[in-house]
Design a protein around this ligand. Structure first.
Ligand code: SAM
Length: 220
């Protein structure tokens, strides 16, 4: 049966791409074992959904590599009651992983058709602890702030100030920062008015555009 086939691919993905590269948090591994990634990619790419790479979705955007999703999620250290903001809904796959782990998830996407498709997919899969909004995620979601975790799934030129302000005391922001072609994955921890950043490693993301992101045409 096709579902058994995809479950097998998912098990291999977890073993060879994710656990093998050092992801240990059992809640993250469990979440990644539950979410059917093949339903988040264009149908013609379903058989490649568990490959060790990002894949194209629509509007020139991508669903991130499985390991990247696992790594960023682990760095967020999500508690069960957490309120998490994602910037860059894309396919909705990362949002589904967040829904498995957090109490409430808010996700912002700039392309309306991607946001609509993700919303439909996530609702069919039964996730009811999520809201998606179309807009500029570099402005955050002030009406719902503060967030215990914020994850940005596109490469930023610098850390958007509104996201720092919307981070809860004790919260964590995970964000790729740097030029197109190669960014550094940053984790920023807030303690009162003190923000501590650490560099976690290199990554490559599509650009974060918007008021506090790249300006169109000035990415490269
Ligand atoms: N998290 C996604 C997933 O699981 O499929 C992958 C995200 S893709 C690498 C980056 C996404 O960020 C794209 O869908 C892009 O349209 C979106 N994006 C870029 N700039 C944005 C902004 N300012 N606000 C909201 N979304 C943005």
């Amino acid at each position: 049966m096709k579902e058994d086939y995809y479950s097998g691919l998912r098990r291999d993905m977890l073993r060879h791409q994710i656990a093998a590269r050092g992801i240990k948090n059992p809640r993250v591994l469990e979440a990644m074992s539950r979410v059917p990634r093949h339903l988040f990619v264009p149908e013609r790419l379903a058989d490649r959904a568990y490959d060790d790479s990002p894949l194209p979705i629509s509007d020139g955007q991508t669903i991130s590599q499985p390991y990247m999703v696992a790594w960023m999620t682990e760095l967020l250290e999500i508690a069960e009651a957490a309120k998490v903001l994602e910037v860059g809904t894309g396919s909705g796959y990362q949002a589904a992983i967040l829904c498995e782990l957090a109490g409430e998830v808010f996700s912002i996407e700039k392309y309306p058709d991607l946001a609509r498709a993700a919303e439909e997919r996530l609702s069919i899969l039964g996730y009811d602890n999520l809201r998606i909004r179309v807009g500029d995620g570099t402005l955050g979601w002030p009406e719902e702030a503060p967030f215990t975790g914020i994850i940005v799934t596109a490469g930023a030129p610098s850390v958007p100030q509104p996201l720092l302000e919307q981070l809860a005391d004790g919260g964590r922001l995970v964000i790729p920062v740097g030029p197109a072609g190669m960014q550094m994955l940053n984790v920023i921890r807030r303690h009162g008015n003190d923000y501590r950043a650490s560099d976690e490693g290199n990554c490559v993301f599509v650009p974060l555009v918007g008021k506090f992101g790249w300006k169109r045409g000035r990415v490269f």
